[in-house]
Design a protein around this ligand. Structure first.
Ligand code: GLN
Length: 478
């Protein structure tokens, strides 16, 4: 079901949060062995549904009354382990809820489980989860994308109508595209990161996933807005549901030449073309734009990302929390805790980041990457003088097979070619389901200027309506 339908029927008294959650838990029990979208289910979900029933009976207005939600496992949930897909935090139980989780609860949503992810949000397939990969609901032999692969697969298979993920370089948008759902990454600062485990702090944002634009807007309205507990949080009120009423007509969309040049699979180019034709029919205008530095975005991203990771992950030293391997002296204990706690991709990035920041190389790598980041922002600003929105693929290809990219890390990094620029520039972007290649879903990505988040929803909604909701379907798993 869609979240909107659940809320309507709960509010009309036709069903109760307890019934909704029970039905979803049954569906999860049936399909989860095939998908493995969750690291852990919430044993208190039914109890919490009961509490929502009591709040409804007291007359509280709850915009997500009784809606089951999956929360990525790097977002803190009080009393429920938050592992980040890592052995390092396998037994970490947060003593508090992240602000976004608290807001979900305030809105009457039920956190039914913690979604699988690549370790510490590094990867593009969930294959780097220490607890095994999630499968794509459209083809169980293929990856769901990553790092929020558990969140995207859960929404795609309707194990939940809504999910939260995080997006440091595409981790909400890319899995959303590969699983045929909507995925939104806001302007840096629009959703609180308090209680979200840091990967790369200048890039990280929480993002939302759903199977309709109205559902996505409902969820995004519930979790965004200023939070005094996050120093990077902006004081901007959310108007996502309102944006569905704003006409998209007259907007100018820039087709980004560099992203459409070469290397995209046929189904992806077809989806871009379909999007253009449908939206021209809705009164939007398309122009070609160039963002020359886009060609350097991936290289700059993998320096900034690894540099920040090497610094953020230094806290897992076996002393305060996380895995602790006892040894005679503290240095050995630290080394062994990190050796056993981190998987190969985390280690690779810590090494790369430490190298990029080391004396003698700092200017050549980190300094250069920051220059590229500044130039990229300037190029994007210039493109936004010619167009209200920019259009690119979300991913150059649909879901790939397990093992296809794990042997060569760079081939995995290349899966992020279309998504990382948005994080480097702090922009909002959405992945819109817009076609299929064979049986595999394909998404297109729209970017907006900073704080243009709501505009993305107006356009996505217009496309959804004009195509009769043809592309964000529940995966046919039975
Ligand atoms: N795939 C990208 C990376 O590995 C993005 C990850 C993310 O957004 N968390 O860094």
């Amino acid at each position: 079901m869609l979240a909107q339908e659940i809320v309507q029927s709960v509010q009309a008294g036709q069903t109760s949060p307890g019934e909704v959650v029970r039905a979803y838990l049954e569906r999860i029990e049936r399909l989860e062995p095939r998908l493995r979208a969750f690291i852990r289910l919430n044993p208190k979900a039914l109890e919490e549904a009961q509490q929502v029933e009591e709040r409804l009976a007291r007359g509280e207005a709850l915009p997500l009354a009784g809606v089951p939600v999956a929360v990525k496992d790097n977002i803190c949930t009080r009393g429920l382990p938050t592992t980040c897909g890592s052995r390092m935090l396998e037994h970490f139980v947060p003593p508090y809820d992240a602000t976004v989780v608290e807001r979900l609860r305030q809105a009457g949503a039920i956190v039914v489980g913690k979604a699988n992810m690549d370790e510490f949000a590094m990867g593009s397939s969930t294959e780097y989860s220490a607890f095994g990969p999630t499968r794509n609901p459209w083809d169980l032999e293929r990856v769901p994308g990553g790092t929020s692969g558990g969140s995207a697969a859960a929404v795609g298979a309707d194990l939940v109508p809504l999910a939260l993920g995080t997006d440091t370089g595409g981790s909400v948008r890319q899995p959303a595209a590969l699983c045929g759902v909507y995925g939104f990454k806001p302007t840096y600062g629009r959703i609180s990161r308090y209680g979200v485990v840091a990967t790369a702090s200048s890039l990280d944002q929480v993002g939302t996933l759903a199977r309709s634009v109205a559902d996505l807007a409902r969820l995004t309205d519930a979790v965004s807005g200023h939070d005094p507990l996050d120093s990077t949080s902006l004081e901007v009120a959310p108007h996502f549901q309102m944006a569905l009423q704003t006409p998209a007509q007259g907007l100018v969309v820039g087709l980004v030449r560099e992203a459409l040049a070469a290397g995209n699979s046929p189904g992806v180019l077809e989806a871009i073309e379909r999007f253009r034709q449908v939206m021209e029919g809705c009164g939007l205008r398309f122009v070609e734009v160039s963002v020359p530095t886009l060609d350097y975005a991936l290289a700059a991203y993998y320096i900034v990302n690894t540099a920040e990771i090497s610094s953020n992950l230094a806290r897992y030293d076996g002393t305060l929390y996380g895995l602790r391997v006892p040894a005679e002296d503290s240095i050995t204990a630290m080394m062994q805790s990190r050796e056993r706690g981190f998987g190969p991709e985390a280690k690779r990035r810590i090494l790369m980041g430490t190298f990029a920041l080391s004396s003698g190389y700092y200017q050549a790598y980190y300094g250069k990457a920051l220059q590229a980041r500044t130039k990229l922002k300037a190029d994007l600003d210039a493109a936004f003088c010619q167009a209200d929105l920019l259009l690119t693929p979300t991913s150059p290809f649909p879901a790939f097979r397990f093992g296809e990219k794990t042997a060569d890390p760079v081939s995995m990094y290349l899966a992020d070619i279309d998504t990382v620029a948005v994080n480097l520039a702090g922009l909002p972007a959405i992945s819109i389901p817009a076609g299929f290649e064979g049986s595999l879903p394909v998404g297109v990505q729209l970017m907006a200027p900073p704080l243009g988040d709501e505009r993305l929803f107006s356009v996505a909604h217009a496309f959804e309506e004009a195509t009769g909701r043809a592309f964000a379907r529940v995966a046919p798993l039975g």
